[in-house]
Design a protein around this ligand. Structure first.
Ligand SMILES: Nc1ncnc2c1ncn2[C@@H]1O[C@H](COP(=O)(O)OP(=O)(O)OP(=O)(O)O)[C@@H](O)[C@H]1O
Ligand SMILES: [Mg+2]
Length: 249
């Protein structure tokens, strides 16, 4: 794991066009080891685009994206070695069982058999997945698939985690397990970047938040700092801060 304080996830002056649509407009964002950064913003703000840049699924039109100090465009394979990713729209392998899918991901990540078995047992217990490991991915409920995808991102206990609405569809117990597992990895030095629309959960869980709107960061910082940016009092919720900032544009 990286030393505390260093930015494991770093986007500097990133702009991304899809044809003529400017999805990101000069975004600079850093997530250091041990931080849990909640990325918020309206539908279409550019959250998924930014997260995909971090895992090399897209290339920036301009600007630089680094993961664990490695340029994602210049050196994608090396950069990706230290990242776990939960996609927004997963391509899952419907005909694999959940266990086969997780084994496949673990082998791609270079996890050895014993470590895989130990972690699978631990995470399957945490997310109450034991009864589903032998079932085909295509036969699992939406929330159960989401749990498997989160376990797939966590299983090699990466230095950086990039997660796109990871708890969508998860039941409350699984969301609790998710926060616990991620906080534990962060306390051991992982840098966590998570997009979400669940402001109440983010408020309690994230160490910093960023509010993206139309491809630009409107505000970022601790809850205190974004409250100040919104000129809001100390009793104001993140939801109110968010609404003020997004509507104020
Ligand atoms: N493959 C694509 N081709 C063209 N435009 C795209 C593509 N993907 C995203 N966009 C556009 O880029 C902008 C940002 O989209 P993005 O998916 O990053 O938003 P988001 O913040 O993740 O939204 P949501 O909260 O709905 O998931 C939007 O205007 C969207 O229409
Ligand atoms: Mg999205």
């Amino acid at each position: 794991m990286l030393a505390e304080g260093r930015a494991a996830l770093e986007a500097v002056g990133v702009t991304k066009f899809y044809g003529r649509v400017k999805a990101l407009d000069g975004v600079t964002l850093r997530v250091r080891a041990g931080e849990i950064y909640g990325l918020l913003g309206p539908n279409g703000a550019g959250k998924t685009t930014l997260l995909k840049l971090f895992v090399g699924l897209l290339r920036p039109s301009s600007g630089v994206v680094r993961v664990c100090g490695v340029d994602v465009v210049a050196n994608r394979a090396e950069a990706l070695r230290c990242v776990g990713y939960v996609p927004e729209d997963p391509v899952v392998f419907d005909n694999l069982t959940a266990r086969e899918f997780l084994g496949f991901v673990a082998s791609l990540r270079g996890l050895d058999r014993d470590a895989f078995e130990e972690r699978l047992e631990r995470y399957a217990y945490l997310f109450q997945l034991e009864d589903y490991l032998r079932r085909r991915m295509g036969a699992l409920s939406r929330g159960t698939v989401q749990k498997v995808l989160v376990v797939a991102a966590l299983i090699h206990e990466p230095s950086a985690l990039v997660m796109d609405e990871p708890t969508s569809g998860m039941d409350p117990e699984a969301q609790h397990a998710f926060r616990k597992a991620v906080a534990e990895l962060a306390s051991r030095g992982a840098a966590v970047l998570v997009s979400s629309h669940q402001l109440h959960a983010v408020e309690r869980f994230a160490t910093r938040v960023g509010i993206l709107n139309r491809g630009r960061l409107l505000a970022e910082g601790t809850l205190e700092e974004v409250r100040r940016a919104a000129e809001a009092g100390t009793d104001v919720t993140l939801e109110e801060v968010y609404l003020r900032l997004v509507r104020g544009e």
